[in-house]
Design a protein around this ligand. Structure first.
Ligand code: CTP
Ligand code: CA
Length: 221
């Protein structure tokens, strides 16, 4: 079907998506990163735009083209992502797919750290703000707020706990024991309260399409 911006079942809705990793700077040349490719988040942004939504995509550092009809804000660190998300609210649907770094260096060295010929420097870390939990507690919280959870064992239990702890409506849980991170396929469980829908492994575009169909249903009912 041809793509017509703003036309479709999510017409008039604003969908805010975070995607990709964050980079936490150590000094001017080094950072802490993770293996998120951004593919799943970008696919969701693309699918939401195809469904007619206005889409804001807050993207960590990834090498992916901006999907048609999507407004993209590029960020590097978790603190910058948190600020860009805040600036992008309000939204009807929030989908926090980003693999936000849990920790950042306490201080960023102004100059490149040098080998001193002795012990390596200690890297002191501090916790980043939880963007999903922060959005969940705001007065302008999106009426439908969705988080992701990449887990390696006891996937559904961890996801169920996370949903409650963070105040999300749904948690999309994926088992990242295999090569999901960076790969093109994903097998997810949609955890909404006690009801869990498990989808078989499929391309990330297909996962995105099915999730957007669920979002459309949620707004129709
Ligand atoms: N998230 C976020 N901000 C953070 C950390 C996570 O917004 N600082 C969001 C992610 O985008 C995702 C959800 O919270 O939607 C779950 O992320 P996850 O890393 O699985 O949760 P954590 O609370 O960081 O727990 P863990 O110790 O398992 O990493
Ligand atoms: Ca985490």
């Amino acid at each position: 079907t041809p793509f017509v911006p703003g036309e479709g079942p999510l017409s008039g809705r604003h969908v805010l998506v975070t995607a990709g990793p964050t980079w936490e700077p150590i000094d001017p040349v080094r950072y802490i990163a993770n293996r998120s490719s951004g593919k799943q988040g970008f696919a969701i942004a693309a699918a939401a735009a195809r469904a007619g939504a206005r889409v804001t995509l807050v993207a960590g550092p990834v090498y992916l083209p901006t999907p048609p009809g999507v407004d993209r804000i590029d960020v590097e660190s978790a603190l910058d992502m948190a600020e860009a998300v805040k600036q992008s609210l309000p939204a009807d649907i929030g989908v926090m797919v980003a693999a936000v770094a849990d920790w950042r260096p306490v201080s960023v060295a102004g100059q490149k750290l040098k080998k001193r010929g002795s012990a390596p420097p200690a890297l002191l870390l501090t916790e980043n703000p939880d963007i999903l939990a922060t959005v969940a507690s705001r007065p302008d919280r999106p009426p439908l707020l969705i988080g992701f959870a990449a887990e390696t064992n006891d996937v559904i239990k961890y996801a169920t706990d996370k949903r409650k702890r963070k105040g999300a409506d749904w948690i999309i849980a994926n088992d990242v024991s295999g090569d999901v991170m960076g790969g093109d396929a994903n097998a997810v469980h949609i955890v909404r309260g006690d009801d869990v829908i498990s989808l078989p492994e499929m391309p990330k575009e297909e996962v995105a399409h099915l999730l957007v169909e669920r979002m459309i249903d949620a707004f129709a009912s």
